[in-house]
Design a protein around this ligand. Structure first.
Ligand code: ES4
Ligand code: ZN
Length: 326
């Protein structure tokens, strides 16, 4: 019983979660009512019953539909505060939160509405619970390079409100190289760079994220195990991988958590971290991910400390701030 207590209470960083994926069905219905939006589901229970995914795309279709209730700045604020309260309760001392502006600007929501609501929540949560929270703007990879450049331009007036950029949505058929030029521009602007790679896609997409996009972390990366040379490279460079066990289980990447490869990645010397991805959709927040993964795989206190330390060292916080945690 001491390992679950350790997992729950140890200070940790969350480096891979999508704020739109923290919208619980109850909040989706409350925001729909507040905003006069009609949902194609009769009830909270009917919506939750639709959360039976077979792959990434089957999830994304429902995830984008759920985000359609977000219209006003206060909606983004309320969503983020609900997540930040849960994160603080899970002993998360630092969280680096993805948001998908294109999901909202395509519906006519102004960029300022999205960013100001989320950023105000980060500041208020820090004051209220002491949690350090920053934002990462993520481009949708199923949309064009041109759309990503337009999104960057629209966000630059709010540059001080986000620390980096990411790349998410449908991986297969949308290789990293499609966004090489926009990532180069972001690097020149001093933004931190991360990308989803090797969630469902092949090791070649992880190589592409490293070489073409010059990322500082790989989001997921679990398919790297298929390429021994890539495994050696990731270990030698201590490249952080932000792994999401319950996400991988619910999207049928590893249908049984007992088969999840995180213990093998860790044993091979990779800089692995544990994260929740889309906690409202995948059955748990970050501590649920640690608890269920450890229960399924039999890892112990040594791995718990290693994973927590990896997460704290892989943040984009200043060395001075990191020194307060590690
Ligand atoms: C996502 Cl699990 C996952 N993969 C790719 N893109 C995403 N956006 C939100 N969740
Ligand atoms: Zn993700």
């Amino acid at each position: 019983a001491h390992v679950p207590a350790l997992l729950r209470t140890m200070p940790k960083a969350e480096l891979h979660m999508h704020i739109e994926g923290s919208l619980e069905p109850e909040l989706i219905f409350a925001l729909a009512q507040r905003n006069g939006v009609t949902l194609p589901y009769a009830s909270v229970e009917a919506l939750r019953a639709a959360y039976a995914f077979t792959d990434l795309q089957s999830f994304l279709d429902i995830y984008y539909a759920g985000a359609s209730v977000l219209l006003q700045e206060v909606d983004f604020y309320d969503m983020a505060m609900a997540y930040l309260a849960r994160a603080a309760a899970d002993h998360v001392v630092r969280t680096e939160i993805f948001f998908d502006p294109q999901t909202h600007t395509e519906r006519g929501v102004p960029m300022a509405t999205v960013i100001h609501g989320l950023s105000r929540a980060c500041k208020d949560a820090e004051a209220r619970w002491g949690i350090s929270a920053v934002l990462i703007l993520s481009f949708l990879r199923h949309l064009s390079e041109e759309a990503a450049f337009e999104t960057l331009e629209a966000a630059l007036p709010y540059r001080e409100h986000f620390v980096g950029i990411g790349l998410d949505s449908s991986e297969r058929g949308n290789p990293p190289e499609k966004f090489e030029r926009v990532f180069a521009r972001c690097k020149a602007l001093g933004l931190h760079l991360v990308a989803h790679a090797g969630e469902e896609g092949p090791p070649a997409y992880v190589w592409g994220a490293l070489n073409a996009l010059q990322v500082e972390r790989i989001d997921h990366g679990v398919q790297s195990e298929q390429d021994p040379e890539l495994m050696r490279h990731l270990a030698a460079t201590r490249m952080p991988l932000t792994v999401c066990p319950l996400s991988n289980q619910k999207l049928c990447v590893f249908p049984d958590l007992r088969d999840h490869n995180l213990p093998r990645l860790l044993a091979a010397g990779l800089n692995v971290t544990v994260n929740s991805d889309d906690p409202a959709y995948f059955g748990g927040y970050v501590n649920d991910n640690y608890l269920q993964l450890f229960a399924a795989t039999g890892m112990g206190a040594v791995q718990a400390y290693q994973l927590a330390r990896n997460s704290l060292e892989a943040t984009f916080a200043s060395p001075a701030q990191q020194a307060a945690w590690v």
